[in-house]
Ligand binder design. Structure first.
Ligand code: UDP
Ligand code: MG
Length: 321
């Protein structure tokens, strides 16, 4: 039988309570896929958790030969933890799943079916988000619209990291070594044949979300600065606009002075113009600073993440059988 390799990559940060609930569901799916000729593995990445996540992972790996474990030296954040996991997948497809059960593993066979039809990037698009407040849903909704309008790279709306990448898409992604990683954008940049699968995002099985509004705001900034230089251009247009307004206003003042003389006045206008321009200049400087700071991080050329330990799966590859 023709064997396809699939590695489920899961980044987990303080998910000791979620993993034991998730793993049996994944194992059941992998068993079913195995009957269908798919060699499934699971790769758990411990993103520097402070709770018992690593110990739980080791218990799970001891009980199932298909589980590989990777532990990072500290918490690097989800995007880098995923990168670390995906870097370890050498052959076959990779499927990214959240550790909290919000992306139902039971959908994996649908992703695999699309992959076997020849798609390289099968991504889950959320139809609804249960257990998440209106503020998170509203901000997420706005964010996807803004980034969609600003970015030249296609970034599908309402699409998280729940996706399957074929081997060639994965190898392409592995070549993108930028430090500021906005994964949704990187997936879009890779391209190839893409297809969406609609699904309902479930509430977390345990624990709480690590992404509060502030972290989401920073993620949004990351996305926009990584995939668009529109804010920089905005500074140019703001400058042009205020120069034009200033010119017209200058002409008006001169004409007025010539016609009616020039009694000294205008303290309020002067103050408001100075303050307004000061504000605009600081905003433009801030925008430049955002890009410059990222350039600085990029220039340091540090490794993206550091590995504490790596424990490969104990399954025998079909080629070695
Ligand atoms: N995560 C991670 N490192 C972090 C934060 C989160 O690996 O620094 C993982 C987390 O364990 C989970 C996934 O990223 O598997 C999504 O996190 P979360 O559920 O908190 O985000 P939300 O679903 O609320 O957007
Ligand atoms: Mg979640």
């Amino acid at each position: 039988m023709n064997h396809d390799r699939l590695t489920v990559v899961i980044a987990a940060y303080n998910e000791a309570d979620s993993l034991p609930a998730l793993q049996p569901r994944i194992a059941a799916v992998l068993d079913a896929l195995a009957r269908d000729g798919v060699d499934g593995q699971v790769l758990y990445v411990d993103d520097g958790s402070q709770d018992a996540t690593w110990a739980v992972m080791q218990q799970l790996a001891a009980a199932d030969r298909r589980i590989a474990l990777l532990r990072l030296s500290r918490n690097f954040g989800k995007e880098l933890a995923l990168t670390a996991g995906l870097d370890r997948v050498e052959e076959g497809a990779a499927l990214i799943l959240d550790a909290d059960g919000q992306d139902p593993p039971e959908l994996i066979p649908q992703f695999v079916a699309k992959w076997r039809e020849g798609f390289d990037d099968v991504h889950g698009t959320r139809m609804g988000r249960e257990g998440e407040g209106w503020l998170k849903r509203a901000t997420a909704h706005t964010f996807y619209r803004v980034i969609g309008a600003l970015s030249k790279t296609p970034i599908p709306a309402d699409t998280g990291d729940f996706r399957l990448l074929s081997e060639r898409a994965l190898h392409a992604l592995q070549q993108l070594r930028e430090r500021h990683r906005f994964m949704k954008g990187l997936f879009g940049w890779v391209g190839f044949n893409r297809v969406a699968i609609a699904y309902h995002r479930e509430p977390r099985v345990a624990g709480r979300s690590k992404f509060n509004l502030w972290r989401l705001w920073n993620l949004a900034l990351e996305g926009i600065t990584s995939f668009s230089t529109a804010p920089l251009r905005l500074a140019t247009y703001l400058g042009l606009l205020s120069a034009l307004v200033a010119f017209l206003y200058g002409v008006a003042i001169i004409v007025k002075a010539l016609l009616w003389g020039d009694p000294v006045a205008g303290w309020p206008t002067m103050m408001s113009v100075i303050l307004f321009l000061g504000g605009v200049q600081l905003i433009a400087l801030g925008v430049i600073g955002e890009y410059l700071g990222r350039l600085y991080d990029e220039a340091k050329q540090r490794p993206l993440y550091l590995v504490d330990s790596w424990q490969p799966a104990r399954t025998v590859l079909p080629a070695q059988r």
